[in-house]
Design a protein around this ligand. Sequence first.
Ligand code: PLP
Length: 423
Amino acid sequence: MSIASPSASSSAPSRPPLPFASRAEHLVGSVIDSSVAMLAAYDHDIVKFGMGAPAPDMLPAEDFARLANSVFTPESFTYGETQGEPVLIDALLNYLQETGQIPAEHFGNRDRLVITTGGMQGIDLGFKLFVSPGDLVLCEAPTYTNGSATALSYEAEIAEVPVDDEGMQVDALEDIVARAGRAPSVIYTVPTFQNPAGVTMSLARRQKLLDFAHRHNSVILEDNPYGTLRFSGEDIPSLSQLSPNDPLIFGVRTFSKFVAPGLRIGWLDIDPQLRGLVINAKQTMDSCTSLPTQHMVAKWLNDGNAETHVAHLRSSYGERKATMTAGLERLFGDEIRSTDPDGGFFLWVTFNDETINTEDLMPVALEEGVAYIPGPAFSQTGDFTNALRLCFASAAPDRIEDGLQRLRRAVDKYTSTRSDARH
Ligand SMILES: Cc1ncc(COP(=O)(O)O)c(C=O)c1O
């Protein structure tokens, strides 16, 4: 392959193209993550419904400031263990056991947990271990494209599986596999409070998915950052809870959404037989996992802060979601369809007018002072042009109200400019 090298002036001798690896061609940037830098360039007030980040008032920053002195000793600034600090692994295991987030079969098994640099590194490790160039990887459509982009970086071929109100349409899997002529190495799913749609895979579909994976010997990469943030409805067991001690389930978790994303700490919940390989793989990336934040979170968990904090998040996010759905209903009525999640961070809004292009709408929205992520950012094929993702977690209810009114104005401006252009 050849990727043009930076342009040389016409008088300079021409250089051969840089000798990029074949995988360089498959590196796709993240529209979602790039929005942070993009918004920083604006100096007027913008209500941020784009990035999936907890609001600053939802971060336990005061707890951390209080703990800092006791946690930050010289030992917390040296090289640490790649697989994570034992003090954090123990604290995390206790927390997961006490809150029933892992099946009883995994209780006491600290060898299942590996600390990662955020959930993203967990996703990367999963694909690194299980995807060879040309392998089939199944992803939801829409999906968290940072996940599918990671599969692409290992030269996977992606097949998309549609999502509806019950999550991934598992009944479509056999047809997709028959068409592809091979079984997937990995099925990438965010089954609970999905990013971007906010929907949750039903229990019946989870069971069918497990059955499919076992028949085809496919790994399920269960990406579950939002599962703990349920504010309504009944808990549905994770895939890893439904199938304990199952080496085909590669569980990716993170502290980013229920503690703080800037910590950059996540963890894997995996079969212990994968542990050695995962550590080898992580040692070729960042190795000795960053220590200070691990000590901070271990102490925060051991001091018993998580329960009250998560309860507060759940009730606040429930209130924010209700404000957002009510505002959408009032301001947009039957112009849109919206999902109605029981937890997590996101709503997925689809305009009934298929000619509304949310990428084209975006500059108008930014001018009006509101940001979202356009639908095409959530599929490798650029579908969902008339959809957008709204994060209800990042703004207080009065800001949500304000942001939706700005969005209403932006849509009116965009549609009237379009009709003026037609005349
Ligand atoms: C579905 C999903 N997986 C993984 C991540 C990445 O998590 P982290 O910020 O811990 O790397 C996110 C963050 O937005 C996410 O929504």
